[in-house]
Ligand binder design. Structure first.
Ligand code: 13P
Length: 251
């Protein structure tokens, strides 16, 4: 049985002060959550986050991680820096990083490797564009993204990571993939993992859906057999909405 995992990706939102406020609202709302809950605030909120969520059931994640231990990598952040704050998860290869900041399959793989080597669980994002979906290229494209991101991992490592399927056309657009459409692609991702890393790793790896997931559509997505959680953008910025997504399969 895979435990569901819901993660909030705050993207480039919330000053440290605003983050404090949102964490303070979230802590009581999420305290009885039945699933794993992760919040990925911006780096500048890690300090207040560490203070506020220590001892709660909220796990701390980040939105990026560099592959080197330290060095001349202006604007990047290392695993050692993140571990200081108790970071347990790192989003890697988000489509916004791939699209705007030159992230490639190779750098996604290197970042995921650094996370694993430092005891941080990577949340590896994959997803197709609208053009690719309409052109019937979704499965080939996503399975190649998955194979590249997981390259060099052991079966046990693959079993421990999170993969997030985020169709680019559904991110921030209000257009969600239907639950059936999301399930079909997530099941295909699990099949890709099975072919390369075996049935055991495929049965264990948790795969999230992301893209305009909100309190209204979360329950139908979470009811799908292969969807193990969500990576939530916009709806994670409002405490009540995020808490409703987290509680969706408890009603
Ligand atoms: P939205 O929920 O705002 O569509 O964002 C999804 C996402 O990109 C999470 O990483």
């Amino acid at each position: 049985m895979r435990k569901p995992i819901i993660a909030g990706n705050w993207k480039m939102n919330k000053t440290p002060e605003e983050a404090k406020e949102l964490f303070s609202e979230l802590i009581p709302l999420l305290k009885d959550a039945k699933c794993d809950v992760v919040i990925c605030p911006p780096f500048t909120a890690l300090c207040p986050a560490k203070k506020l969520i220590g001892g709660t059931n909220i796990h701390l994640g980040v939105q990026n991680i560099h592959w080197a231990k330290s060095g001349a990598f202006t604007g990047e952040i290392s695993a050692d820096m993140l571990k200081f704050f108790g970071v347990e998860y790192a989003i890697v290869g988000h489509s916004e990083r791939r699209q705007y900041f030159g992230e490639t399959d190779k750098t996604v793989n290197m970042r995921a490797r650094a996370a694993l080597d430092n005891g941080i669980t990577p949340i590896i994002c994959v997803g197709e564009s609208l053009e690719q979906r309409e052109g019937g290229e979704t499965n080939a494209f996503i399975s190649s993204q998955v194979r590249a991101a997981l390259n060099g991992m052991s079966e046990a490592e693959v079993a421990s990571i999170i993969i997030a399927y985020e169709p680019i056309w559904a991110i921030g657009t209000g257009k969600t993939a239907t639950a059936e459409m999301a399930e079909e692609t997530v099941a295909m991702i699990r099949q890709t993992v099975a072919e390369r890393f075996g049935a055991e790793a495929a049965a264990a790896v948790r795969i999230q859906y992301g893209g305009s997931m909100n309190p209204k559509n979360a329950a139908s997505l979470m009811a799908m057999p292969d969807i193990d959680g969500g990576l939530i953008g916009g709806a994670s910025l409002k405490a009540e909405d995020f808490a409703r997504v987290v509680r969706c399969d408890e009603q």
